[in-house]
Design a protein around this ligand. Structure first.
Ligand SMILES: C[S@@+](CC[C@H](N)C(=O)[O-])C[C@H]1O[C@@H](n2cnc3c(N)ncnc32)[C@H](O)[C@@H]1O
Length: 238
């Protein structure tokens, strides 16, 4: 879908709580930082447990794909990926990565430009926090997912995690206006569509010197079902 810049900017303002056009160029630097890499590894490990053993021939729609960081992961896993994001600059960066078996489109999660039921998996990773109407975006994701048997896959920043509460208090940060979800709030949103499976992860120590111990911290956090890990991964089979 081709939009001119002014249309794209208007759409981003109306449908997103934060205009990621302004962050696009430095967005991926988080994933390259020592801490960012740790979170990323744990988040992927959590999401992977809900992915089918084989993704061969399966189509995955990623809503709020941003710079294509997760799109690359889904493509490497074997999916045919379609990424959609309201930020034209984020989409430009994703496109320039030339990710195999992935295509990208500027579009709004509130009215996805796809037909009913054409995707096997529909994913939104740290996107629902930033859309204006998370319930509406989920409805659209469900509409585009194959039924029965398709999957809804969601990753969000946990409202109960200290890291995210601190982020939200920084007035100029993208998180300031974000709608963060606690595990029970996310469950409530998703259980409209079926049985929710969920894991809380992202127990990364704050001190850099302790970062190598992250797998241990995370294993303990998950084992004890501590509800305040930084990331929640959830799945619903439709
Ligand atoms: C925190 S970023 C996450 C990007 C990517 N999923 C990742 O984890 O690296 C949130 C993304 O959601 C996008 N977004 C916000 N509102 C949207 C909407 N209504 N429709 C589509 N994308 C939206 C933003 O432009 C941004 O790229």
């Amino acid at each position: 879908m081709l939009w001119d810049n002014s249309n794209s900017q208007m759409a981003a303002e109306k449908s997103s709580r934060f205009d990621f056009d302004f962050l696009a160029n430095k967005y991926d630097s988080w994933y390259k930082s020592a801490k960012g890499r740790m979170y990323d590894r744990l988040e992927k490990k959590a999401i992977i447990r809900y992915l089918p053993t084989s993704a061969k021939g399966k189509k995955l729609l990623e809503v709020g794909c941003g710079t294509g960081h997760w799109s690359r992961f889904f493509s490497q896993y074997g999916f045919e990926v379609t990424g959609v994001d309201v930020s034209e600059r984020m989409i430009n960066i994703a496109e320039n990565k030339n990710i195999p078996n992935a295509s990208f489109t500027v579009g709004d999660g509130h009215c996805l430009p796809f037909e009913d039921g054409i995707f096997d998996v529909t994913a939104a990773i740290t996107t629902l926090e930033f859309v204006c109407d998370a319930e509406g975006v989920l409805r659209e994701m469900v509409r585009c997912t194959h039924k029965p048997g398709g999957q809804l896959l969601v990753g969000v920043l946990n409202a109960q995690a200290r890291l995210n509460r601190n982020r939200k208090q920084r007035p100029k940060s993208p998180y300031a206006k974000a709608r963060l979800f606690s595990p029970s709030q996310l469950k409530q949103l998703l259980e409209l569509y079926g049985r929710v499976r969920m894991v809380i992860t992202g127990f990364v120590p704050n001190q850099t010197v302790l970062l190598p111990l992250t797998p241990l911290f995370d294993a303990i956090g998950r084992f004890l079902h501590i509800p305040c890990g930084a990331f929640i991964a959830a799945e619903v089979r439709l």
